[in-house]
Design a protein around this ligand. Structure first.
Ligand SMILES: NC(=O)c1ccc[n+]([C@@H]2O[C@H](COP(=O)([O-])OP(=O)(O)OC[C@H]3O[C@@H](n4cnc5c(N)ncnc54)[C@H](O)[C@@H]3O)[C@@H](O)[C@H]2O)c1
Length: 123
């Protein structure tokens, strides 16, 4: 059975996706996470944890302790906020969140469409 972590689970995509995954795989196999409080009724009853994806140690700890093998990475800084701080948006949206867990996670899925419009010299 897959054990799934959703980052950015309070967002537009993350909240709907978390609900779908909980129905598909069972609530006990999905952990929702975000830096916001879980106010969406979509997330009620689904395990929720505060997780800042920029905190690599916290991401790794959560993954290892919960035997996570699949991450749906929906945490993001979008639009104007991302354009004002492309370095931060790059770190949150793409660069940071893939953990170096042992054993390695099986799947890491992200949907960011942000960086086609951002400068190419962001590292
Ligand atoms: N909304 C769309 O129509 C759409 C379409 C295609 C692709 N996408 C992609 O899907 C992803 C999610 O988009 P969305 O519309 O749900 O965004 P959103 O802004 O609604 O949600 C992003 C979530 O990420 C969280 N977040 C921000 N920084 C964080 C951090 N450091 N650690 C943990 N969580 C953090 C925010 O609190 C928020 O809940 C993005 O990569 C976006 O490019 C969205």
């Amino acid at each position: 059975m897959q054990k799934i972590l959703v980052t950015g689970a309070c967002g537009q995509i993350g909240s709907e996706l978390t609900l779908f995954l909980a129905k598909e795989f069972g609530q006990q196999n999905v952990i929702a996470s975000d830096i916001k409080k879980a106010t969406s009724p979509l997330l009620s009853g689904i395990p929720f944890i505060y997780l800042d994806v920029l905190d690599a140690a916290a991401v790794n700890k959560l993954v290892v302790e919960n035997d996570i093998d699949t991450i749906f990475h929906m945490a993001a800084i979008l639009s104007a906020a991302g354009e004002q701080n492309p370095q931060l948006a790059y770190q949150v949206n793409i660069a940071k969140p893939c953990p170096a867990a042992e054993p390695p996670i099986l799947q890491w899925i992200f949907t960011s469409k942000q960086f086609k419009t951002f400068p190419t010299n962001v590292t």
